[in-house]
Design a protein around this ligand. Structure first.
Ligand SMILES: Nc1ncnc2c1ncn2[C@@H]1O[C@H](COP(=O)(O)OP(=O)(O)OP(=O)(O)O)[C@@H](O)[C@H]1O
Ligand SMILES: [Mg+2]
Length: 82
């Protein structure tokens, strides 16, 4: 069964990114399939996973700001997106 875990808190510097990155890494190590969605404009979670956010030209920002869906990017239409 799919579970959604949101790590969010209005206060800064309380360990949101650290929790999200490590929780994702350990769940993955335990064999769970993990989709890490970094909604932080600082993109520290992305960096923490070893990805340079400046190297990406398609990000969740485009999804939210321009309503561009993944199947527009990748040229296929997923049944689950309907
Ligand atoms: N369990 C912990 N014990 C000690 N230090 C921690 C712990 N979790 C996080 N930290 C440290 O606290 C600092 C802030 O952590 P983090 O960047 O994850 O917070 P954040 O809530 O994502 O911050 P921001 O609001 O700026 O995005 C970092 O230096 C991190 O290494
Ligand atoms: Mg953070």
């Amino acid at each position: 069964m799919t579970k959604v875990i949101a790590v969010c808190n209005q206060k800064g510097g309380v360990g949101k990114t650290t929790t999200a990155v490590n929780l994702s890494a350990y769940l993955s190590q335990m064999g769970r399939r993990v989709l890490f969605i970094d909604l932080d404009p600082q993109a520290n979670g992305t960096t923490g996973l070893g990805i340079n956010p400046n190297s990406l030209n398609k990000t969740v920002y485009h999804l939210l700001a321009y309503n561009i869906l993944p199947y527009h990017w990748f040229g296929y239409k997923s049944q689950q997106l309907k």
